[in-house]
Design a protein around this ligand. Structure first.
Ligand SMILES: [Zn+2]
Length: 270
């Protein structure tokens, strides 16, 4: 994260009127303290007890949250949700309109009948918010995945919709059986980048599949929202068994649905 982006967000959220110079001086610090004071409920940790860098990232997240760009949890870690929320903010600032992300279906996109279409997910999974939250379950894997935006941390637990949980658990265990722990780590497939998240779709106003609990992301950085083959990492041959196994278990790779956002898998057709 660049400090000038923090200043831009704090200014847009009404906390900062100083120069956009990338120098976190007294005025910027006042703004950071003000946004912290206004968001004590939203912060997942105490920002006064951490490093400067994490405190800045959290202030950026709090500002993006207030501006409704949905960066995810205000945890001070600069992960993919934070980056994409910032991208969306910067795009809209530069173009005076929200960015539209192209999700035109590929001609040969997978088409199994057991999975809902995106237009029907509300009928099948429920309404985003408390309704969906009441239908989430936590998978406990027999191995752990690294947290993509904070690699010192790992988890065995993933929260997803109960109608999609068994399939995901089966898929991930099969992926592990196929590659083994070492290769999974070498390829970055063990980098879990988030599942359930109550937020809107990037570059769109509809709810994200993540808000229905039927989406999961892996290894975000080299598999970006706009990155297509052959640039996206998951386009590589060595990743095809991963995509095959996910798809065979009803978790469809975005790379095969609309040809970008390779980090993303969802239990829904377009
Ligand atoms: Zn995703």
């Amino acid at each position: 994260m660049e400090e000038r982006h923090l200043q831009l967000v704090l200014a847009a959220a009404g906390y900062y009127a100083g120069g956009i110079d990338g120098q976190v001086g007294p005025e910027s610090m006042d703004a950071i303290r003000a946004i912290e004071a206004n968001n004590t409920e939203g912060y997942a940790f105490d920002p006064t007890t951490t490093t400067e860098k994490r405190r800045y990232v959290a202030a950026l997240q709090a500002g993006l949250t207030e501006l409704e760009y949905d960066p995810g949890v205000i945890d001070g870690w600069y992960g993919v949700f934070t980056e994409e929320a910032l991208n969306a903010f910067l795009y809209e600032m530069g173009h005076d309109k929200p960015e539209v992300i192209d999700r035109t279906p590929l001609q040969n996109a997978p088409a199994s009948s057991d999975i809902p279409h995106q237009n029907d997910v509300a009928a099948v999974y429920g309404r985003p918010g408390p309704d969906i939250e009441s239908k989430l379950v936590t998978i406990e894997l027999p191995f752990s995945l690294k947290i993509d935006w904070n690699l010192r941390k790992s988890t065995r637990r993933i929260r997803v919709h109960r109608l999609a949980a068994k399939q995901l658990e089966t898929a991930l265990i099969a992926v592990r059986d196929h590659y083994g722990a070492q290769v999974m780590a070498d390829l970055g497939i063990d980098r879990y980048a988030g599942a359930y998240n109550h937020r809107r779709m990037r570059g769109g106003s509809k709810w994200s599949m993540h808000a229905y609990g039927c989406a999961i992301d892996f290894y975000a950085q080299p598999n970006g929202l706009r990155t297509r083959c052959p640039q996206a990492l998951f386009c590589g041959d060595e990743y095809q068994p991963f995509l095959d196994i996910m798809e065979a278990n009803e978790w469809l790779p975005a790379l095969r649905l609309w040809g970008a956002d390779a980090m993303h898998f969802q239990r829904a057709h377009l």
